[in-house]
Write a protein that binds this ligand. Sequence first.
Ligand SMILES: NC(=O)c1ccc[n+]([C@@H]2O[C@H](COP(=O)([O-])OP(=O)(O)OC[C@H]3O[C@@H](n4cnc5c(N)ncnc54)[C@H](O)[C@@H]3O)[C@@H](O)[C@H]2O)c1
Length: 371
Amino acid sequence: MSHPDYLPTGRPVVGKRRSWGLLPEAERLGVGVVGLHEGHTMLVALRASGLCRAVAGCDLDEAKRADAVNATPGLWVNADYERLLERDDVDIVAIYTPDALHAGQIEAAFKAGKHVLCTKPLVNDVSVAERLTAAAKEHGKRLQVGQSTRFYEPFLQQRDLYEEGLFGEVECFDAHYNHRMDWYYEKSPWTVTETHWAYLGLSHPVDLVRWYLGDLSSVQAVGSISQLGLRYGCTKPDVIAAQFVSKEGKIGRAFGHYGFTELSKGRALIEGLLMGTKGTSLARYPELRHTYVSSDGVEHDDDFDHAFGGYHYRHELKGMHYGEFCNCIDSFAAALLSGGHNSPDLVEGLETVRVMNAVVRSLETGQTVHL
Ligand SMILES: NC(=O)c1ccc[n+]([C@@H]2O[C@H](COP(=O)([O-])OP(=O)(O)OC[C@H]3O[C@@H](n4cnc5c(N)ncnc54)[C@H](O)[C@@H]3O)[C@@H](O)[C@H]2O)c1
């Protein structure tokens, strides 16, 4: 696939949103979404896409399929994933099912000749890495991790300014994702038994730490189960603190608490604090806010709520993910159309899974795990 009519940077267009380009409707890549809860958000997000269009949806739940058709008139829907994979109009399969299903669904998509966008955590089992790598290679298909935080405007601005050199070399990156999850246990009981918060929640801060520090050499983690976690039957930690040392000797930290009482005016659910040789930057989610200082000592507190609120959460609840899902899939589509690199790709995604697996091993053994 190659097409000249795309913008490689994704930099903001008229200050309101990012764009990776605009193709005529008929030339856009067809997306088939499996798992239509968070996947429904992807369907709505695709309305703003310039490079992709929603063509198919799949969910076991009939009501979810009906909601998807309401949101996207004309959408083909089915309960059988194999049927979606048979469709010629699906170029990219977007996977939003429970964590434990991702590996099998990614492999099946590659075998059917589809590219894949898979939500975070990419997988929650490190042993599938070789199988997925081999399937991608054998069928010549590519994968993008739907790591939404990277594509949220404050985190994109933080990255842009870092790449421009404003903060110098990163010396330390400190990230957290804290979120009270009683509503999630009730909506999605699989979260108690079929995954681990080291994957489901910590994938956001671990990905950010890896994005800035590169390959890591060691992980040391401690954890506990909150009172709320115990109430919902958790047997593995839902409070996790992990510290990392990178191959270059830099320090990173990832924290997650999934049972606490949120203090939303004081701390954001997700924060990425970059401490560099020339400056410091704090990106937040769901606030559309980036606070930073560089070597001139002037502190900036940029609030993008008016500029980007319409795009990121369509003036609904903050944190609805529309803009970041659209940014993520359009950056992937631009890479597919141009033959350029996409990020985070399968290699990066599997490396993050290897780090999360090391967090679990450190939690279980109480030892530092060397990667
Ligand atoms: N920031 C983000 O990017 C973000 C946010 C929330 C959730 N997620 C991820 O999305 C995934 C789904 O989370 P959720 O909150 O939507 O879960 P959910 O339990 O609400 O929804 C999962 C959906 O998948 C469907 N499903 C299950 N098995 C299926 C199968 N075999 N074939 C077709 N459909 C099937 C279910 O019917 C359900 O509608 C998880 O991996 C989660 O980590 C990502």
